[in-house]
Design a protein around this ligand. Structure first.
Ligand code: BTN
Length: 260
């Protein structure tokens, strides 16, 4: 992977600038700094080695060289998109799913936006917004994908078992092609953000539908129930043991686990 090959493979997309780093702390951190310096919508920060990558709920996300995708996209949401900022993470999840489906894989989305293959997490997404008072400066969509087996952390180091694309596919994957495909789907799906087809596409790919799950919102009691699906606002719908419907907002930084 290098800046020149990225420029060629991404030339048909609305990417305004590509910043490739052989090694970086965190692509999200760099993108957030660039947002302060007025980086344009569609600016992309990509790396090979990521030494201080960040995940949701203050977790770490380290990316080994030559083995994974780690990138961040800077966006300036439109007026319409501003009313649905929590949907940018599922949008990214959906784009990753669509790219994997083109490889004939069967990805699932562990609500709200982790992507699974064979019930193992292969992609994490961290969306961060930058504000100046009440004015939104922009959004950074950070995506990490485990591509080769060397990118997969051992089970004892992670809360949910991890996998990788090449293991599920059974053959090597060209990282720049996968990146181009994810971004291609991201920009197509962005046009339908918050629409009914968007929620349907997200719901169709939800992992653990009809199964017992536990949702752990930080600082709040856990919620358990059977995962029913999504409502028309993207909230997770659970049915409790007392047959009550429980809704959990996509904006909650909750963790979802299957119950064993
Ligand atoms: C998670 O599952 O907890 C989210 C992980 C997000 C990791 C990506 S890798 C690219 C971008 N830069 C970061 O520091 N984090 C995101």
């Amino acid at each position: 992977m290098d800046e020149k090959s990225l420029q060629i493979v991404l030339s048909h997309l609305p990417i305004t600038q590509i910043h490739y780093h052989p090694s970086i702390g965190s692509t999200n951190d760099t993108a957030l700094v660039m947002l302060e310096q007025d980086a344009l919508d569609g600016t992309l920060v990509v790396c090979d080695l990521q030494t201080a990558g960040r995940g949701r709920l203050n977790r770490r996300w380290i990316t080994q060289p030559g083995s994974a995708l780690a990138f961040s996209l800077i966006l300036h949401p439109t007026e319409y998109e501003m009313s649905m900022l929590p949907l940018f993470a599922p949008l990214a999840g959906l784009a990753v799913c669509r790219a994997l489906e083109q490889l004939n894989l069967k990805p699932e989305i562990k609500w709200p936006n982790d992507v699974l293959l064979e019930r193992r997490k292969i992609c994490g997404i961290l969306v961060e917004s930058s504000w100046s008072g009440s004015k939104l400066k922009g959004v950074v969509v950070g995506i990490g994908v485990n591509v080769a087996p060397s990118s997969v952390p051992p089970d004892h180091e992670v809360l949910f078992p991890a996998g990788c694309v090449e293991h599920s596919l059974g053959k090597p994957v060209e990282r720049t092609d996968l990146l181009a495909s994810i971004l291609d789907h991201f920009f197509s799906e962005r046009k339908g953000l918050g629409s009914l087809p968007f929620f349907k596409a997200w719901e169709q790919r939800l992992a653990f539908r009809g199964e017992h799950v536990r949702v752990e919102p930080p600082g709040k009691p856990d919620v358990t129930g059977v995962l029913v699906g999504l409502d028309e606002a993207g909230q997770l719908v659970l049915r409790s043991a007392a047959d009550e419907i429980i809704l959990i907002s996509a904006g909650d930084v909750a963790r979802l686990r299957p119950m064993v």
